[in-house]
Write a protein that binds this ligand. Structure first.
Ligand code: FAD
Ligand code: FES
Length: 287
């Protein structure tokens, strides 16, 4: 089986710096510090189309702008999921339905939904790593016949930190041949599920479900220690780095290859990424 093929030449023309004014048409509190925002153009249309994995710059004047994955899109909106971590995301969490904001994009490349067709799909995420892979998972569910078995292995610090709890418990497990496995790092009285860190949980799911790296595509997103430990597990489980897909989060300012904030050596992550196979990541020396 050949490597998964990720497109990297995705630089966008037009007016890449100009945000369009959008309005907030929906806000959903996912966890105490994560909210998802539905954004719509002022004329009521969807601001832009985005392929699974693409990103956008979301701005709140006069505080600034940040990059986020486009987690899903509907007929007349795009949705972003924002963790409150600092100056700008703090302001985003103060937004109300009806407020006007800026949005530019879509930027970057996309998950390899074409070359992954026919494979078993394994999504592994931790914490705020689930929103960026959600668009790929939902693409596979919308084109269910094109993919093999689907497994999602998701972990967060506590039950309260699990994003998309409704989808995790009520929506995705009901889809054909789709298996959702959830763990938390710290148990509580109201959690009767798994208590485990991501990598041991991944290995446990792998053994219990009899999963195989043959004809499989694994997609990973989470923090640095999540990546390091899960990649060790993937190596132990026999995965080829060319069959593992990740999305890299570097600090990004312009998003269009001008500011020099996101590079790894000669590679501009905003222009070539953020999606790479683990083989490509290793060649760049990123991790
Ligand atoms: C391609 C891409 C996709 C992203 N998708 C999402 C998403 O779907 N949801 C989401 O909540 N966030 C996402 N992020 C991260 C998001 O852009 C940052 O959290 C945001 O820019 C922080 O802005 P701030 O002004 O609130 O924080 P700041 O005040 O600038 O920083 C606060 C703290 O967060 C850290 N931080 C800031 N940016 C990053 C970053 N890019 N990576 C790691 N640490 C960072 C800083 O080091 C600091 O400790 C993504 C980033 C990239 C590059
Ligand atoms: S974010 Fe400015 S060069 Fe990549």
């Amino acid at each position: 089986m050949g490597d998964i093929v990720v497109a990297h030449d995705c630089a966008r023309g037009g007016e890449p710096y100009t945000p369009m004014t959008c309005k907030v048409v929906g806000i959903s509190q996912q966890t105490p510090d994560v909210r998802s925002f539905r954004l719509q153009a002022l004329d009521g249309s969807r601001p832009f189309d985005a392929l699974p994995g693409q990103t956008a710059m979301f701005s709140v004047l006069p505080y600034g702008e940040c990059m986020f994955a486009v987690t899903s899109r509907g007929e007349d909106y795009v949705e972003l999921c924002v963790k409150r971590v600092g100056q700008v995301t703090e302001r985003m969490h103060e937004l109300r339905v009806g407020d006007e904001v800026g949005l530019r994009g879509p930027y970057g490349n996309w998950f390899p939904y074409d070359s992954a067709r026919g494979r078993d799909m394994l999504f592994v995420a931790a914490g705020i790593g689930l929103p960026p892979v959600r668009s790929f998972l939902e693409y596979c569910l919308r084109h269910r016949a094109d993919y093999g078995r689907i497994d999602l292995v998701y972990s967060a610090s506590t039950k309260a930190d699990l994003v998309y709890l409704d989808e995790l418990t009520n929506v995705w497990p009901g889809q054909p041949d789709t298996h959702v496995h959830v763990s938390v790092y710290h148990g509580s009285d109201d959690w009767d599920g798994e208590v485990s860190y991501s990598a041991p949980f991944l290995e446990k799911v792998f053994a219990q479900e009899g999963l195989s790296p043959r004809n499989a595509c694994a997609t990973l997103c989470g923090g640095a220690s999540f990546f390091r430990t899960c990649l060790e597990s993937f190596t132990a489980l026999g995965y080829d780095p060319g069959d593992i897909v990740t999305t890299l989060e570097r600090r990004m300012k312009c998003g269009v290859g001008k500011c020099g904030r996101c590079n790894i050596g000669s590679h501009f992550i905003c222009l070539e990424g953020p999606v790479f196979t683990q083989r490509e990541v290793a060649l760049m020396g990123a991790r």
